[in-house]
Design a protein. Sequence first.
Length: 163
Amino acid sequence: MNMIVAADKNWGIGKDGQLLTHLSGDLKYFKEKTMGKVVVMGRKTLESLPGGRPLPGRINVVLTADPQYEKEGCIIVRSIDELRSKLSEYPCDSVMLIGGATLYNLFMEECRRLFITKIYAEFEADSFIKNADALSRFKVVHQSEVYEEHGIKYQFFEYEREK
Ligand SMILES: NC(=O)c1ccc[n+]([C@@H]2O[C@H](COP(=O)([O-])OP(=O)(O)OC[C@H]3O[C@@H](n4cnc5c(N)ncnc54)[C@H](OP(=O)(O)O)[C@@H]3O)[C@@H](O)[C@H]2O)c1
């Protein structure tokens, strides 16, 4: 499994169930990296998507502990074991973890590649991920140029886990 996330200088990723900021270049990058793939998310991240609906053109796998929860167009899994079992049906590289904080922090170290958009700003946040630069098994294998939108600079990084 790989993961994709946008984090600010403090590794903040969200506030009140929403993203910290909307950068059109980052949303485009997210779409490119996830289209046609299996996207894995927590129930709260699904609810934060437009209309609370699954992402089109992707297989949406959603983790919840709620035994009643159903959502049209989503594969619902109700435990980590069930999630692992479902994901084992797909090639590792075709699965992308897309949030939120709970799931990132559960699975980050298991991921093979981390696609991290570093947003060079500080926002008020209530959801954070681990500092990828402090995870010694991960090395940066690619970094883009620095982009800027509405005065906010950001840069795409790709980390790879050592075997
Ligand atoms: N910056 C980014 O790239 C990015 C990307 C995605 C999300 N986000 C942000 O992240 C924040 C949401 O993160 P979050 O941690 O609150 O929510 P989340 O990880 O999206 O979802 C948490 C939910 O997942 C389910 N869950 C988690 N662990 C489980 C387990 N072991 N077994 C069964 N179900 C489990 C539970 O659902 P139930 O309560 O239904 O049981 C839990 O409430 C939002 O602010 C969002 O905007 C940011």
